[in-house]
Design a protein around this ligand. Structure first.
Ligand code: BGC
Length: 351
């Protein structure tokens, strides 16, 4: 009898302990009807993890989210359908807000349809949706940059560098700047604006140009290296400038030029990019790359988390922050021209 009593008491204690644990666990779980724990749940996507610049934005977001929101980060693997499924999943898990780096900028509409149906705020970042689409939903915002600004700054930088060095860099002395252009993904607002406005600035400065070749390398180093290998064998000594829509492609081109002996004093071909990622600033310091434009990943990540945290808590989107909002929709982080002389600005930004 005694033993039976002991067993009953032991079972009762197990039951009590299990109940306490269960209550504990439920304090940090989420339900469809809303959040039950201390941190609001937020869903985010990166168009692909395998993009160096985006990995800096992701790191900044993850660091900044710590202790403020429960961030569910997803790799959309460069596939829009995958991303839309991830959005559905996040919504069904009870997120309070979404932060979306689109795969295809045109898919903003489909994301908004889903967010609207669940009455969820959505912050798009890095790939800017069309203004009409963003304006179609009161709870949609964009965090990024002004794409046009990066093109203008890159163009001005090329003008200054060319004017200072044309005695050396205009190899055939025809007075023309003969360039090859490495473009980002077609249809990406940054790629389109950078290509257009960089060249507009060079033309505006009265420099005659010759476009030897222009092609997309999809923001990718290996693709850029392949293109550059082909252009070097086709144009030989005629290439006088490499203009790249981002640093990763500039580094791919640099690799190709280096292997073909084009970084020596007399054959030197200047290369410029955009982003100011650490691998590029190292090259600028070493003198093999001549300049870039800082695309401030750290501050973009911080702004995304500030906005999405406010959104998830039902507060005004810029509540308690110092971000400047335009048209009630856009937070745009400024670009900065980076050459060897002010490289510390880029190093500081990517610390
Ligand atoms: C960056 C690129 C990056 C792209 C991804 C651009 O703003 O400059 O390096 O690949 O965003 O969308």
């Amino acid at each position: 009898m005694n033993n039976i009593k002991k067993i009953i008491i032991a079972l009762a204690m197990c039951f009590i302990v299990a109940s306490i644990l269960k209550v504990g666990i439920s304090r940090v779980t989420y339900s469809k009807t809303g959040y039950k724990g201390e941190l609001p749940k937020v869903g985010a996507t990166i168009y692909k993890y395998d993009d160096e610049f985006m990995s800096y934005i992701r790191n900044s977001m993850e660091n900044d989210a710590y202790g403020r929101i429960a961030l569910n980060m997803n790799d959309s693997q460069n596939d829009q359908d995958t991303q839309l499924k991830q959005v559905d999943e996040m919504i069904s898990k009870g997120v309070r807000a979404l932060a979306i780096n689109l795969v295809d900028p045109k898919a903003a509409k489909s994301v908004i349809v889903k967010a609207k149906a669940a009455n969820l705020p959505v912050i798009f970042f890095n790939k800017e949706p069309d203004a009409s689409v963003l304006n179609s939903y009161g709870k949609a915002w964009f965090v990024g940059t002004d794409s046009k600004e990066s093109g203008i700054l890159q163009g001005k930088m090329i003008v200054d560098l060319w004017n200072e060095n044309k005695n050396k860099w205009d190899k055939n002395k025809d007075g023309k700047l003969s360039y090859v252009l490495l473009k980002g993904e077609p249809g990406h607002p940054d790629a389109e604006a950078r290509s257009k406005y960089a060249l507009d600035e060079i033309n505006k400065a009265g420099i005659t140009v010759e476009e030897l070749a222009a092609s997309t390398a999809m923001w990718d180093a290996a693709k850029a290296k392949d293109k550059m290998d082909g252009w070097i064998s086709k144009f030989n000594n005629r290439i006088e400038f490499v203009i790249s829509n981002n640093d990763v492609m500039a580094l791919g081109a640099l690799d190709s030029l280096e292997k073909a002996g084009y970084l020596s004093e007399e054959k030197f071909v200047p290369v410029v990019g955009i982003d100011a990622i650490p691998d590029a600033t190292k090259k600028i310091k070493a003198g093999t790359m001549v300049g870039t434009i800082l695309n401030d990943a750290n501050n973009q990540g911080k702004a995304i988390i500030d906005l999405v945290t406010n959104a998830a808590n039902g507060k005004n989107i810029i509540n308690g922050t110092s971000w400047k909002i335009t048209n009630n929709k856009y937070i745009r982080i400024p670009y900065v021209t980076i050459i060897k002389d002010n490289i510390d600005i880029a190093e500081q930004a990517y610390k």
